[in-house]
Ligand binder design. Structure first.
Ligand code: CTP
Ligand code: MG
Length: 239
């Protein structure tokens, strides 16, 4: 069957080892109010009608656990589970290499450990990406930010209004993301986000105002905060 609109594929890197949170269980599988974090995240994409497919990067040791989770929670859009790499960028790259994409298709990249990404916001990001080819969620810092290059003293206060905290999902035309990953590999350039790779092509990335709830579960206190956010979202009927 032919498609009339470009396909939208979400890449979910979930192959990290969660060193900052510690513990035995990898953080993407830790329960948040009884359900693994990764399931909360994947359900947001499952419920987003514009998303056609979900492809994941997973640590080799978690492959069978992940397959069980996909069946148990009926995550029908997950159609690829690939072994991740050493760094996040390697994991995303491994998945990207295995996708069959047309130039105009849209690829979203979203951290497995950001469960508070609302379905309607995913749809909004896709819409902006259709217009600008590259779009990322970001929020402005609430605190004053100073810089220190060492020695225990500050040397500069940065202008807060020009600073943005980068989140995921990030959305790109497939052609751009593939080219960006090829160039990064060639130049041995690494970044913790995908937009930085696309910018190296000289492409401008559109800022889409994000939501402060869209936290990345990174340290143990984020798990407690996540439980509070989930309570609030459930009370509002969002999740
Ligand atoms: N990730 C990945 N492959 C890696 C490293 C990270 O797919 N080699 C994923 C993580 O699973 C997570 C996302 O990238 O969903 C963001 O990474 P981060 O929060 O840093 O998670 P970890 O790398 O697992 O945690 P830490 O840095 O504390 O070890
Ligand atoms: Mg990491």
């Amino acid at each position: 069957m032919s498609r009339s609109r470009p396909k939208v594929v979400a890449i979910i890197p979930a192959a990290g080892s969660g060193t900052r949170i510690g513990g035995e269980i990898k953080k993407q599988f830790l329960p948040l109010k009884g359900k693994p974090i990764i399931v909360h995240t994947l359900q947001q994409f499952e419920h987003c009608s514009e998303v056609d497919e979900v492809a994941m990067a997973i640590p080799e040791s978690a492959l069978s656990d992940m397959e069980t989770v996909v069946v148990r929670f009926r995550l029908h859009k997950v159609n690829k589970i690939i072994i991740g790499g050493k760094k996040r960028q390697d994991s995303v790259g491994n998945v990207l290499d295995r996708l069959t994409l047309k130039d105009s298709d849209i690829v979203l990249v979203h951290d497995a450990v950001r469960p508070f990404v609302e379905t309607k916001r995913i749809s909004h990001l896709i819409k902006i990406c259709r217009e600008y080819d590259a779009a990322v969620f970001a929020v402005q810092p609430k605190d004053t930010i100073r810089r220190s290059t060492g020695g225990g003293f500050f040397d500069q206060t940065l202008d807060r209004t020009s600073l943005w905290l980068i989140q995921t999902p990030q959305a790109f035309r497939a052609k751009l993301l593939i080219k960006a990953f090829e160039k990064a590999k060639k130049d041995k350039f690494y970044s913790t986000d995908d937009a930085a790779l696309v910018e190296r092509l000289g492409v401008k990335v559109r800022i889409v105002e994000g939501n402060y709830d869209n936290i990345k579960i990174t340290t143990p206190e984020d798990l407690e905060l996540g439980a509070l956010i989930l309570d609030r979202w459930r009370a509002k009927g969002i999740m």
